[in-house]
Each structure stands twice: as C-alpha cells, then as structure tokens.
Design a protein around this ligand. Structure first.
Ligand SMILES: Nc1ncnc2c1ncn2[C@@H]1O[C@H](COP(=O)(O)OP(=O)(O)OP(=O)(O)O)[C@@H](O)[C@H]1O
Ligand SMILES: [Mg+2]
Length: 332
C-alpha cells in the first residue's frame, strides 16, 4: 500500500475505533520500513505495537459480541480502560492491596502449577469521587483487559425471570471472554435484598447475582463498586475475595494530586497552602479544579500554573457546588 493510503487507513481506523484495521495498517507500515532497510525503526514500531501495557491490548480485540436483552439493547458496554495506576494517588494500604491483587494475576501460571487461582472478585467501597471506578479501570489496564461495564438498573426487566437471565448472560460472557466486568454502583442492587415490600423478583435477582458471583469461572475479574459500605450486608461482602476501602485524600495526598493533575504545565503554586484549602475535598473535585486551572493557564499564554489560576478554578467549583446544594435544598 502506498504510504499516503496507509496513513489514511491508519487515521480512519483510529477515528472509527476499528482496532483490527489499525493493527493491519500499522503492521503494513512496519513491513514497508523493513523493506526500505530501516530495521531499527521497524523494530521500534513493532515493539510499540506489542506493548503489553497498552490498555485493552490486541488480545482484547477478538471478543465475542456482547449479550443483549429482550429489546435488543446491549447489556454491557465494552471499552478500553480509561485510567492507569500512574494516574492515581492512593493511600499506601490501598496501593499495596491492589499491587498484591495484580501480582497474583501476573503469576497466574505459577499459581496454577499448584492448583491455585488468583483472586478474582474485588469490591471497591468509598465516598463519591474517591477513585473506585478509576482504580477498576487501572487494574484492567495493568492486565491488558478490556472493561465490560454492566449497568445493573439496565439489566432489570419487568418480565418474570428476564432479569436473572440477563445477569446470567453477563456473567457467562465474562467467563468466556477475558475482561474486567465492572458492576458499578453495586449497592443499587445489593441493598434491595433487605427492602421489605413487593420486590420478590428483585430479591430473586440479587440471590442469583450472589450465587453466580460465587461460582464465576474463567480469567475475568469481577469488580463491584459501592458508595454505601454500611448498606451491603455480610452475604455480599463474603462473596468478594478482596474488599478495598477508599477515602478522601489527606493533606499529603492532596499535594501529590495537585502536582500530578497539573503535570502538563510549569508549576508555580504553593501546594502546601492549597492542601489546607482542599481539606475534605474529593480527589475528583481536586482533579476538576486542576483541569480548569490548567486550561486558564494555557489560555493565558503563560503555560505556567500560578496560585491565581487555582484560585479562579476553586471559586468556580465552589460556586457550582453551592448551586447544586441550593438546588437540592429547594427540591426538598
Ligand atoms: N485517588 C485518586 N487519584 C487520582 N485521581 C482520582 C482519584 N480518585 C478520583 N480521581 C479522579 O476523579 C474522577 C472520578 O473518579 P472515580 O470515577 O473513580 O470516582 P468514584 O469513586 O468511582 O466515584 P463515584 O462513587 O461517584 O462513582 C476520575 O477522573 C479520576 O481520575
Ligand atoms: Mg464510580
């Protein structure tokens, strides 16, 4: 293929998310360079294509079609992981738990030689914006697994027995196609267990989910997230091999977050001062302020992030949160 055509194919494939076409065209490019005698360049390009850290790497592309519900709507959304562990600031204890979990998966062969399996089911609990979903994505990225997000409310159907079938289809999919199955906001379903009233079908569904969780086979990881640890009963906790508890960042973590989230520009601000201002804030809020401040610095033409940019971004966020709070109060 002529080089201009190869480049066109590459860009088209990237824009449309057609990974198979992208890989095909990229391999063509490698061969072209090799034919021209540019062995070093060809080797380098080839190594980049094979990079095992590439989130949802090439192995992830040949997945089976996702299961669909009665109305033909997909029960899962399949995508590449959107976060790396490097993007996160986590307390040491959480970091160690995650590393331990990943270590087992990296040594799956050794474990299996002793008839053992890595832990597979992980529950991530903590307040909003503390990094639960991001950590699930980072685990998937580290293991080059795609992320299959199941929206639990979407799985529920008014037809008798349909919901349990949907949930089973999702779990069977995860058993046959390696992925990280993300049951986000798991408490929405799990807490229904204890709800009195006419929720017979939902209770049966929860019982099915818990039972299916117990028996998950295959190489996939099941990650569930929840904001309400206290609302999940012991029957739920017991089904998970690992429970990780998240919290809002302490002063040191705030400083690390500020540095990390503004790494794209020169930093000229007093991180210690800002860590006091952000006391009790979520990592997500800190990220929002940093992104906003970086935009302001770039638009300033300075690309040098100063206290003034952070102050303006901080005021905007506080204003938004006040409006949100006010909205909630007038709603009630
Ligand atoms: N510990 C953290 N370190 C770095 N970034 C973080 C951290 N926690 C959250 N973020 C950032 O904040 C945003 C929201 O995080 P995330 O969606 O993981 O929160 P969550 O705990 O799942 O919240 P929710 O309970 O509302 O679903 C993401 O863009 C993520 O990168
Ligand atoms: Mg989340």
């Amino acid at each position: 293929m002529a080089r201009s055509e190869t480049l066109r194919t590459l860009l088209r494939a990237w824009a449309s998310g057609d990974d198979a076409a992208f890989l095909g065209a990229a391999q063509g490019l490698v061969e072209e360079e090799r034919r021209k005698g540019h062995a070093l360049l060809a080797d380098g390009l080839e190594a980049s294509l094979r990079d095992p850290r590439r989130p949802g790497g090439p192995g992830a592309l040949a997945l089976r079609p996702v299961p669909k519900g009665r109305d033909d709507r997909p029960l899962l959304t399949l995508g590449k992981p959107r976060r790396d562990l490097d993007d996160l600031v986590l307390p040491k204890a959480v970091q160690e738990l995650i590393e331990g979990f990943l270590h087992e998966h990296h040594h799956r062969g050794l474990l299996s030689a002793h008839a053992l399996k890595p832990r597979q089911k992980i529950l991530l609990v903590g307040p909003p914006g503390s990094g639960k979903t991001a950590t699930a994505h980072a685990i998937a990225a580290d293991l080059s697994l795609p992320v299959a997000v199941a929206s639990l409310p979407a799985l529920t159907s008014s037809f008798l027995g349909e919901t349990a079938r949907n949930v089973e289809a999702v779990i069977r999919f995860a058993e046959s196609s390696p992925c990280l199955l993300l049951l986000d906001e798991f408490d929405a379903l799990a807490t229904e267990r204890s709800t009195p009233g006419d929720h017979g079908e939902l209770r049966r569904v929860v019982a099915t989910v818990l039972q299916l969780l117990e028996e998950v086979r295959g190489e996939s990881i099941v990650a569930a997230t929840s904001n309400h640890a206290a609302m999940l009963d012991s029957a739920v906790w017991r089904r998970f091999d690992e429970v990780v508890t998240f919290a809002h960042p302490d002063s040191r973590a705030v400083q690390q977050l500020l540095k990390l989230k503004t790494r794209g520009v020169d930093q000229n601000f007093d991180a210690r001062k800002w860590s006091t201002k952000f006391k009790g804030a979520s990592a997500a809020d800190i990220e929002t302020v940093c992104n906003d401040a970086v935009r302001l610095a770039v638009l300033d033409g300075t690309e040098r992030l100063a206290d003034g940019h952070l102050a303006a971004a901080f005021t905007r966020l506080s204003h938004r949160q006040d409006l949100l709070q006010h909205g909630k109060e007038t709603d009630t």
